[in-house]
Design a protein around this ligand. Structure first.
Ligand code: SAH
Length: 215
């Protein structure tokens, strides 16, 4: 159905992911199988397996493959989780999350991107357990809360309280937090009623907008 770019995917997994410390075999296998080129604009398909973010319209980007892999690995999904993603963008990360969990709700503020993400997920046959919701994900999505895992794909000034509220106990959240120009990727656990947090790496994401984001 798709021109076979399996060799490029395998190379991406080896050179960009495994070599840079991604260890979770399930994550590597999934990223070796999802056609990333189907989630970027047609004119950028030739760039799909490069070690870079790619512009997807509306001033937004699909994250570098390594960042998608790292964030996914940090969530330690086993296959049974209900996941919330904030910032669907291209829908690619949602496809990766969907292959590793039970359900994914992914929120996108830009209507144009929400529509494209929905189309890409349907075209690649990945939409069965993924719901793309147009709206402000800085407030989470109470309708299906609480979530076992939450992944935020845009940089927040602070951890939005709504997302902590909508996280199960036990549950895990990955989120870039910090200045507009650069953030730290935080992993936050809720367990036994307590919140713990550590910083995984420095990073640079597009700003989280909305009620609990940058105004
Ligand atoms: N995970 C994406 C990368 C998305 S980039 C991928 O795999 O392609 C971050 C996205 O977050 C952008 O599309 C941006 O429009 C969106 N965004 C920013 N603030 C948001 C908010 N408050 N709610 C929902 N989406 C938001």
């Amino acid at each position: 159905m798709f021109p076979d770019r399996q060799a490029e995917r395998r190379e991406m997994v080896e050179a960009q992911l495994r070599r840079n410390g991604i260890r979770a075999e399930r994550v590597l296998r999934v990223m070796e199988n999802i056609p990333r080129e189907e989630f970027v604009p047609p004119e950028s398909r030739f760039l799909a397996y490069r070690d870079d973010p790619i512009a997807i319209g509306c001033g937004q980007t699909i994250s570098q493959p390594y960042m998608t892999a790292l964030m996914t690995e940090l969530l330690e999904l086993t296959g049974n989780e209900d996941v919330l993603e904030v910032g669907a963008g291209s829908g690619y990360h949602a496809a990766v999350l969907g292959a590793l969990s039970a359900t994914v709700v992914t929120m996108e503020l830009e209507p144009v991107l929400a529509k494209l993400a929905r189309e890409s997920l349907a075209r690649t046959g990945r939409d069965e357990n993924i719901l793309v919701v147009e709206g402000d994900g800085s407030l989470g999505y109470p309708k299906f809360a609480p979530y076992d895992a939450i992944s935020v794909a845009a940089g927040a000034p602070e951890v939005p309280a709504a997302l902590l509220d909508q996280l199960k106990d036990p549950g895990r959240l990955v989120i870039p937090v910090g200045a507009r120009a650069g953030q730290e990727l935080r992993v936050i656990w809720k367990r036994h009623g307590r919140i713990e947090s550590r910083t995984a790496t420095a990073c640079r994401f597009v700003p989280l907008r909305g009620e609990e984001g940058w105004r």
